[in-house]
Design a protein around this ligand. Structure first.
Ligand SMILES: Nc1ncnc2c1ncn2[C@@H]1O[C@H](COP(=O)(O)OP(=O)(O)OP(=O)(O)O)[C@@H](O)[C@H]1O
Ligand SMILES: [Mg+2]
Length: 251
């Protein structure tokens, strides 16, 4: 597919009509400022944005435009400097660290470009790790982790350590780890950035499958081809929303 066709189809998505759908997460006038000795950086400026249930949103923008910062804020990993965040209708701006961690553990799964698997744990143990923090019993953890590995087609690699897995397999284990707590929201920061084209397609296919099963998925990417698979696209530039497509057809 040529770049022009891809960009045209992205423009069509930006024109889609608004329809009603439950809001999963809402950002109101959110700004994020990082303070450094050398000066302050305004990474996000006055962001107003709604993420809907069952959305498949892609975040595009140049390097340094604030994509990862926005993903961290959506994932309740980092507090905004200004503004408010609502998650499932609850104002989470004032929640304690403990309450935020609990909400994250139950509702949000993260996938990163560099996989972030623990090298000393095998695939099954890596996937089961989030359940330890939720005080799930040992037997249950193993069963749920195996189920999640089956979901990504990797049950046969459950005893492999990260160094014994290919890049694509490592990312599938990371997806299984994101899924194991049955979150409603999956956030992925350049999940195909370290993979070849074929593996990238497989990972994208997996995220699409999860979205079709009802999960809300947000993918940060530099690749317009990947962004084009989403049903909405948000462009960031210099920490501001340059454009945001309206909600597409209901699934
Ligand atoms: N912890 C931090 N401390 C200070 N400045 C930061 C920090 N994290 C990010 N920044 C700055 O905030 C801005 C946005 O960074 P962010 O990582 O969100 O960009 P990005 O769009 O994800 O970029 P990339 O595509 O390169 O990953 C950048 O100018 C960056 O230098
Ligand atoms: Mg980034």
């Amino acid at each position: 597919m040529s770049e022009t066709i891809i960009l045209n189809s992205i423009e069509k998505k930006l024109e889609r009509p608004q329809i009603s759908s439950p809001i999963l997460c809402e950002l109101i006038a959110v700004s994020k400022e990082y303070s450094l000795d050398s000066g302050n950086v305004m990474a996000l400026k006055d962001i107003h944005f709604r993420l809907y249930e069952k959305d498949f949103l892609s975040i595009l923008g140049p390097s340094g435009s604030g994509k990862s910062t926005l993903l961290h804020i959506l994932g309740l990993l980092s507090n905004p400097s200004k503004g408010r965040i609502f998650f499932k209708g609850q104002d989470v701006s004032c929640l304690s660290e403990w309450a935020l961690a609990r909400l994250r553990g139950q509702k949000i799964g993260f996938v990163f470009q560099a996989f972030h698997l623990l090298p000393s744990l095998n695939a099954l143990e890596n996937v089961a790790l989030p359940l330890i923090y939720q005080r799930v019993s040992g037997g249950q953890r193993k069963r749920k982790a195996l189920e999640a590995l089956e979901k990504v087609g990797l049950a046969r690699r459950s005893h492999h350590f990260p160094r014994q897995l290919s890049g694509g397999e490592s990312q599938r284990v990371a997806i299984a780890r994101a899924l194991v707590s049955q979150p409603s929201l999956i956030l992925a920061d350049e999940p195909t950035g370290n993979l070849d084209t074929q593996m990238g397609k497989e990972i994208l296919g997996m995220l699409k499958m999860l979205n079709e099963e009802g999960k809300t998925v947000v993918v940060v990417t530099h690749d317009v081809r990947i962004a084009n698979e989403a049903n909405r696209i948000l462009f960031l530039k210099d920490g501001k929303v340059e454009s945001l497509s309206s909600r597409g057809e209901a699934r």
